[in-house]
Each structure stands twice: as structure tokens, then as C-alpha cells.
Design a protein around this ligand. Structure first.
Ligand SMILES: Cc1cc2nc3c(=O)[nH]c(=O)nc-3n(C[C@H](O)[C@H](O)[C@H](O)COP(=O)(O)OP(=O)(O)OC[C@H]3O[C@@H](n4cnc5c(N)ncnc54)[C@H](O)[C@@H]3O)c2cc1C
Length: 280
């Protein structure tokens, strides 16, 4: 294992461009496990810890900017994040366990591309943007276009994630995250759902992010029109989620069991959001 430690973004992107088969090293929590499991044979790692500015977490009136090296635990606990986008705090706070969350980075989390990751479900409904840099410049990708296939993302050769930005959630919106586990409290989910209910003129937009229920994280949305009761909105959410589900059977449960838990997660999250909207 060769670890390169660039001191600037230019140096980091040059290394990623020039080395044949190098990986960015963020918190290392996924990389170390994959190496121990004998599933990762990459030799060159570009550790970006010394690149200035990549661990900054900033909140303005319009946007939350999460530098790629921000630990998941910081997104969970920073009071500014909690005030700006409570759904982000809630969801980041349920990934893995505190030890992993203290080490794992926000950029490494989404770059890992695992279909079961928790944070992407919230980032999808919050309409986040992923910021990428390479030696040929920078680009932005909507998180809704970021997860391209099983364990695959929009990150291209020579690129690294610099930040994730989240726009201010629409006025009056309410969010909820539900995670279903079958093995232990800190385990990966069998199914998860983040929901954001956004009141619009004459209807409520219901946004749904699903985790662990298909080969990638999934984004869905529909409108609750004024003639729909809460139960009808819940049924519509379950229908639309059902049609997108394609769970993978594993030690945590059969595909049918995961789909069942997925429907419960969606129902619970939609009910929580609509209950809070009704209270406002
Ligand atoms: C025991 C355990 C339980 C877990 N349970 C959960 C869970 O319940 N829910 C959940 O969401 N996650 C869970 N995880 C996964 C965890 O969230 C990820 O391991 C972690 O977020 C990865 O972040 P990292 O910074 O450690 O990434 P790394 O291990 O450093 O890298 C992971 C991948 O991302 C790439 N990468 C890293 N940074 C960048 C960057 N800036 N630009 C481009 N590519 C980059 C790396 O090259 C690599 O491919 C669990 C992990 C463990 C070890």
C-alpha cells in the first residue's frame, strides 16, 4: 500500500490523474475493511488530509456546505446543521456507530456508493449537489444523478469530491428518516427511507429517498393533492416506492422481508412528516 500525501488540491488532482489506478483516501473506514476482506487490490492511495479547506463545514442563509473531509459525526452534531436541515442531522446520526461516524468522511461516504448508505437518502430529498475537482477543472453533479449503478458513482478517473452542498430546505417543509435493521442497533439497514414533505400552492410535494432497497439509492416524488387524505398519501407513497424496490437478499433478510420493511419505513416517514405539517 503506497500512501501519497499531497499538500494542495492541485497536487492531489495531478496524482489522481497521473497514477494509473489510485484511490482517494478519506476516513479510510470502507477502504480498510475492503482491504482486510481481500476485496481491494489497489496499491496507490491519495490521502487528502493535508489539502487545506476540505474539512470545512459552512452554513450561510441559503446553503449548507459540507467539505468532503467533514466527519459524519460533525454533520450529525453541529447545531448549525440541525437548525438549517434537521433531516441531515437525523440521517447522518444513524449511519453505523459513533466510532465509524467520527472517522468516516462525508465525501467518502457518498463516493463509497454502497446502496445501503443512510446519508444519501436525505441528500436526495434535500436536492444536494456534489462538487468535484480534477486537473482539468471543477464540475457539479446533482446527487440525484450521482449514484449511477451498483457500487458506481459519477466520480470519474482523476476526480475527487471537494464538497457537498445542500440548499435551504423549502419554507415550511418537514422531514423524517426511518431506518430498519435486523441484526443490531448500529448495523447497516435492511431498508431505509428519508421523506421531505414540501407544502406548495395547493398541494404538498412528497419527496422520498430509499436506501438498501435497490442496487443504488433511489429518489422518487409525487404530489399529495388537496383531495387526498393522509391515508391516501401514505398508500400512494407505498405504491410508488414498491415499484422502485428491488432488494438484494443477504444475511440481513430475504428480498420479500426487506421490501416489507421498506414499505413500513416509507409509511412511518410519510406519516411523521404529514403529522408535523398538520400541526403547523
Ligand atoms: C462497521 C461499519 C458499519 C457501517 N454501517 C453503516 C451504516 O449503517 N450506514 C451507512 O451509511 N454507512 C455505514 N457504514 C459505511 C460508512 O458510512 C463508510 O465506510 C464511510 O462513510 C466511508 O467514508 P470514509 O471517509 O471512511 O471513506 P474511505 O474508506 O476513505 O473511502 C471510501 C470510498 O470513497 C472514495 N473516496 C473517499 N473520499 C473521496 C473523495 N473526496 N473523492 C472521491 N472519492 C473519495 C475512496 O476512494 C473509496 O472508494 C459502515 C461502515 C462500517 C465500517
Amino acid at each position: 500500500m503506497r500512501v501519497h500525501r499531497p499538500e494542495s488540491l492541485d497536487e492531489a488532482t495531478a496524482l489522481l490523474n497521473d497514477l494509473d489506478d489510485a484511490m482517494v483516501y478519506g476516513g479510510g473506514t470502507a477502504i480498510q475493511i475492503l482491504r482486510k476482506q481481500g476485496l481491494l487490490f489497489v496499491e496507490d492511495y491519495v490521502d487528502i488530509a493535508r489539502v487545506p479547506g476540505l474539512g470545512e463545514l459552512m452554513v450561510t442563509s441559503d446553503v449548507l456546505s459540507i467539505g468532503t473531509l467533514t466527519p459524519l459525526r460533525r454533520v450529525e452534531t453541529d447545531p448549525r446543521v440541525r437548525a438549517f436541515a434537521p433531516l441531515a442531522s437525523e440521517t447522518y446520526g444513524q449511519a453505523a456507530n459513533p466510532r465509524v461516524r467520527n472517522t468516516a468522511s462525508a465525501g467518502g461516504n457518498i463516493a463509497h456508493g454502497d446502496y445501503r448508505l443512510d446519508p444519501p437518502t436525505a441528500l436526495l430529498v434535500l436536492d444536494a449537489t456534489v462538487h468535484l475537482a480534477s486537473s482539468s477543472g471543477t464540475r457539479e453533479v446533482s446527487v440525484r444523478e450521482f449514484f449511477t449503478d451498483f457500487q458506481e458513482t459519477a466520480v470519474e478517473h482523476g476526480e475527487l469530491i471537494t464538497a457537498i452542498t445542500v440548499p435551504r430546505p423549502p419554507a415550511g417543509s418537514r422531514g423524517a428518516f426511518e431506518k430498519m435493521r435486523s441484526l443490531s442497533e448500529n448495523d447497516w439497514p435492511c431498508a431505509s427511507a428519508a421523506v421531505l414533505a414540501v407544502p406548495e400552492e395547493g398541494f404538498v410535494e412528497i419527496r422520498i429517498g430509499l436506501g438498501a432497497l435497490a442496487p443504488t439509492s433511489v429518489y422518487l416524488a409525487f404530489d399529495q393533492t388537496p383531495d387526498m387524505t393522509v391515508q391516501q398519501a401514505v398508500d400512494a407513497a407505498i405504491d410508488i416506492a414498491n415499484s422502485a424496490m428491488d432488494p438484494i437478499a443477504d444475511v440481513r433478510g430475504s428480498a420479500a422481508y426487506k421490501a416489507h420493511l421498506g414499505r413500513i419505513a416509507v409509511e412511518e416517514a410519510v406519516r411523521r412528516c404529514l403529522k408535523e405539517l398538520a400541526r403547523d
